[in-house]
Design a protein around this ligand. Sequence first.
Ligand code: SF4
Length: 66
Amino acid sequence: MRVRVDAQRCQGQNRCYALAPEVFDVDDLGQALVIATGSIPQSLEARVRLAAANCPERAITVSDDD
Ligand code: SF4
């Protein structure tokens, strides 16, 4: 799984960070960013999908590995 955050959509509610801090962080302006590099470990996939489903701005996109 790959994940990315659309900076244009993110409004900084931090739900993603609360659900999966191993994958998401928030910068000084409250903007979410993906800190995980490469493919998301399988053990974190469920929480990443939950974060994407709970992002009120629909700013998180998940996709399968190539
Ligand atoms: S949950 Fe969505 S809007 Fe909130 S910080 Fe994360 S990506 Fe941004």
